[in-house]
Design a binder for this molecule. Structure first.
Ligand code: ZN
Length: 258
């Protein structure tokens, strides 16, 4: 039994690598408004990539991080995202094996959710933009999958209304100056994924993570006080933490104050 688990653990690692590679491609194509159906190409010289230039992580290593044709550097984002998603996918498998709530559908849903969150994280950090098709598309898919997992539709709907409404209100009050419209869509996704209770925790965490990170950025003089920071970056990290450790954090916090 134990060796079977290691086998699945490795399998999820490999699936994560492949999806990480897909995430990189999706990110670039959505930003450049290119079709998803064309073959992969070098982002600098636009030469089509052969299959062996397209293997997650390995291609980057044996090409020494450079394009074979134009010799320009391949961004370090590519192998990092592939490895990160590989670790996250195997973590999800490990987590649910350990938690005793193992179900394949649950694992698939969590892998999809983490894929969407990582996508939002990178896209917002890199381009200061939120892709609506990814945010709302994954919110819809996650809603349906969660229904099959007997998650309360009311809690998800309430979460979506509170999450979306929270940002909509700020958007309207500030006339779009404090936050972008994309954050409203992320709020809806968060509410569906977490339900209304954990959503509140995730929002709170996002502001704490954002606050700590802003202080670090200002102290290290990476950013001035007024520099705009993509909030979707913090929201996606907070949502991930809440998905897997939200209940523990809540319990710990409640024990601390009562
Ligand atoms: Zn090239």
């Amino acid at each position: 039994m134990f060796s079977v688990q290691i086998l699945f653990f490795l399998l999820f690692f490999v699936i994560g690598l492949v999806f990480g590679s897909f995430l990189n491609a999706l990110e670039w194509r959505l930003h450049k408004k290119k079709s998803l159906l064309t073959r992969s190409e070098c982002s600098k010289c636009h030469k089509q990539l052969t299959w062996y230039e397209n293997i997650p992580v390995f291609s980057f290593i044996f090409l020494f991080g450079k394009c074979k044709h134009c010799h320009k550097k391949i961004g370090w984002q590519y192998p990092v995202v592939e490895l990160l998603l590989a670790f996250l996918f195997s973590f999800i498998f490990y987590y649910h094996s350990l938690m005793g709530d193992f179900s394949w559908l649950l694992i698939i849903r969590d892998c999809l959710a983490v894929f969407a969150l990582l996508f939002i994280f990178i896209y917002d950090t890199k381009y200061m933009e939120v892709s609506d098709s990814i945010t709302l598309g994954s919110a819809g898919i996650l809603f349906v999958l969660s229904l099959f997992l007997n998650t309360s539709w009311l809690s998800m709907l309430l979460g979506a209304v509170i999450g979306g409404g929270f940002f909509l209100l700020q958007f309207v009050v500030s006339k779009g100056k404090w936050i972008g419209g994309g954050d409203i869509r992320i709020g809806i996704l968060m509410g569906i994924l977490l339900g209304w209770k954990l959503l509140l925790l995730a929002l709170w965490l996002a502001y704490i993570i954002g606050g700590i990170f802003s202080i670090i950025l200002v102290l290290t003089k990476k950013k001035g006080m007024k520099t705009e920071v993509a909030f979707g970056t913090y929201l996606s990290v907070a949502t991930f933490v809440t998905m897997f450790f939200g209940s523990q954090i809540l319990n710990w916090y409640l024990r601390l104050i009562f």
